[in-house]
Design a binder for this molecule. Structure first.
Ligand SMILES: Nc1ncnc2c1ncn2[C@@H]1O[C@H](COP(=O)(O)OP(=O)(O)O)[C@@H](O)[C@H]1O
Ligand SMILES: [Mg+2]
Length: 257
């Protein structure tokens, strides 16, 4: 494994009781890549991501994150690795009792000893990075639109300037125009900041416009992995069903050509 491999999963299997979720998955994510993790509901996408950051351990196999084998690390070393990751949970998951300012400041106060003045500067810098006006800082999540909640959640995920970003369905629940704006914004941030990302998504536009590769989770394993255009032509029934509809044809072009 080279230093440019950010995540390496080798022969990972996951079972919950009698239920087999993952069966012998091997997957590597190189530095700078935006990997789209795609699969049906309940196929094990969130569990796989939790294993990548050591929140869950697989039943068998090994996971390396930033070159460190996770099952050999103590909790404090694991926490230090997680401090290099930003996570945008499904649904945004902001603290509803906190203002936008407090939500973005939270990881800075939690993981880094940062001077209050510097926290202030960083919070306003992150707001600007995700395209929000400074006056949004004093609002609470209930006073924001769905698109703004996602942007604030992204600002919080970016607060620690992560090398690795996990996004769990970042555009779900957004209208198509807002979703497209969010994806273009992420593209710009990726060019500017150069992070590596793993994005769980069902959004074909996001897969096409943002992801540098796709990994398709079906039949308990990764059935296809590669560039979006190549994966979209794969004949696996789940992949065909996903990409051969009208929307898939429009986004990825005529696949049978
Ligand atoms: N902690 C757990 N205990 C038992 N079953 C779980 C647990 N976490 C996930 N599962 C099961 O594993 C399967 C995959 O879940 P998940 O990773 O959340 O799927 P996805 O994110 O692809 O929808 C589901 O059937 C789910 O019920
Ligand atoms: Mg999930």
């Amino acid at each position: 494994m080279t230093a440019d491999t950010i995540i390496a999963m080798e022969h990972v299997s996951t079972r919950f009781g009698d239920q087999i979720v993952h069966d012998d998955i091997t997957l590597r994510v190189p530095r700078g890549q935006i990997l789209g993790l795609v699969g049906g509901s309940g196929s094990g996408k969130t569990t796989l991501v939790r294993e990548m950051i050591g929140l869950d351990a697989p039943t068998a196999g090994t996971v390396h994150l930033f070159g460190e084998r996770l099952d050999l690390l103590r909790e404090d070393a694991l926490a230090a690795l997680r401090g290099r990751c930003g996570v945008l949970f499904q649904g945004g998951a902001l603290f509803s009792a906190f203002t936008v300012y407090e939500n973005i400041a939270f990881p800075l106060q939690e993981y880094r000893a940062v001077e209050p003045d510097l926290i202030r500067d960083l919070v306003y810098m992150k707001l600007a990075q995700v395209g929000l006006e400074p006056d949004v800082a004093s609002r609470r999540p209930a006073e924001l639109s769905g698109g703004m909640v996602k942007r604030v959640a992204l600002a919080r995920a970016l607060a620690l300037e992560p090398e690795l970003l996990f996004l769990d369905e970042p555009t779900s629940g957004l209208d198509p125009v807002t979703a497209q704006g969010f994806v273009h914004h992420l593209q710009g941030l990726h060019r500017e900041l150069g992070f590596t990302a793993v994005v769980i998504t069902h959004d074909l536009d996001l897969m096409h416009d943002l992801c540098t590769s796709l990994a398709i989770l079906a039949d308990h394993t990764i059935v296809a992995h590669g560039s979006p255009d190549v994966v979209a032509k794969n004949q696996h029934p789940f992949i065909e069903a996903m990409f051969s509809g009208e929307r898939g044809r429009r986004v990825f072009g005529a696949l049978s050509a």
